[in-house]
Ligand binder design. Structure first.
Ligand SMILES: CCCCC/C=C\C/C=C\C/C=C\C/C=C\CCCC(=O)SCCNC(=O)CCNC(=O)[C@H](O)C(C)(C)COP(=O)(O)OP(=O)(O)OC[C@H]1O[C@@H](n2cnc3c(N)ncnc32)[C@H](O)[C@@H]1OP(=O)(O)O
Length: 219
């Protein structure tokens, strides 16, 4: 059960904001496959030591593929509706940099409701590297922002991050499963106070305290 510190305000339908909504189940398997392959491609490109002929040939091929795909773009702000394990649903932008279904640059981090709030696991490679072998601090903040935002949205209603304070306690390593959790502490009018944590092998490497401000629902 999700923590509800006061009666849940009405959940806005993104269509009330003029945003299109795609059902997660309606995203074609071919697009998911493409996204996964491009995610691998980005990682390979970032780390390649291939010879210059191969690099030039690859660039030409990718230019061609890019032109073939860039024929029809989704509206900015397109949302995806995802069914969650507890039978509820959430909305997020389809290209969200942390969790977007169609974003090849996203890790992606999938969060599910728990008794306390939300929880997810993700393992990051060198695309997310800051110091050698370690996750970039900005990405640590991004993962935590996503977690506190989702916990707040599910427990109350969607909002924007007004404040995100991150304590970096231990280096967060690449290539290790990261456990990401967040829980709502309390609410005050439109403000939602949320704590988020990243753990590696049970040890907290980063902790965030955030204030989400719930968006007003248009009349
Ligand atoms: C917008 C379209 C939404 C569509 C909705 C539909 C569905 C969406 C669903 C999805 C979301 C689901 C999951 C989310 C996943 C990930 C989350 C990522 C989150 C982000 O990546 S998000 C981007 C970064 N984020 C911003 O881009 C915010 C920029 N900012 C502003 O847009 C304004 O600043 C705002 C809106 C924050 C407040 O503005 P405002 O005018 O609405 O409200 P106001 O100023 O009156 O503040 C009200 C009360 O918050 C207090 N307060 C305000 N700021 C504070 C601060 N910094 N520290 C402490 N308290 C603060 C005041 O003191 C007052 O408190 P009090 O009630 O006590 O008076």
């Amino acid at each position: 059960m999700t923590v509800n510190t006061q009666p849940a305000p009405q959940r806005p339908d993104p269509r009330a904001f003029g945003l299109p909504v795609v059902e997660q189940a309606d995203i074609p398997a071919e697009l998911r496959d493409l996204v996964a392959r491009v995610h691998t491609l980005i990682d390979v490109v970032a780390n390649t030591g291939a010879d210059t002929d191969t690099l030039a040939e690859a660039a030409a091929t990718i230019e061609d593929v890019t032109a073939r795909l860039d024929v029809a773009r989704r509206q900015i702000g397109t949302m995806v509706r995802r069914e969650l394990d507890d039978g509820t649903a959430e909305h997020g932008t389809i290209t969200n940099i942390v969790a977007g279904d169609t974003n090849p640059a996203a890790p992606p981090l999938f969060l599910q409701p728990t008794a306390e709030g939300v929880r997810g696991e993700v393992t990051l490679g060198t695309l997310y590297q800051g110091p050698p072998g370690l996750v970039h601090g900005g990405w640590i903040a991004a993962l935590l922002d996503q977690a506190v935002g989702t916990a707040s949205s599910l427990a109350t209603s969607p909002g924007l991050t007004a404040k995100l304070e991150v304590d970096y306690r231990r280096p967060t390593p690449l290539f290790n499963p990261l456990e990401i959790t967040a829980e709502v502490r309390r609410t005050e009018r439109r403000k939602v106070f949320v704590t988020g944590r990243i753990r590696v092998n049970g040890e907290i490497t980063a902790e965030a305290n955030a204030i989400m401000v719930r968006v007003e629902i248009p009349a």
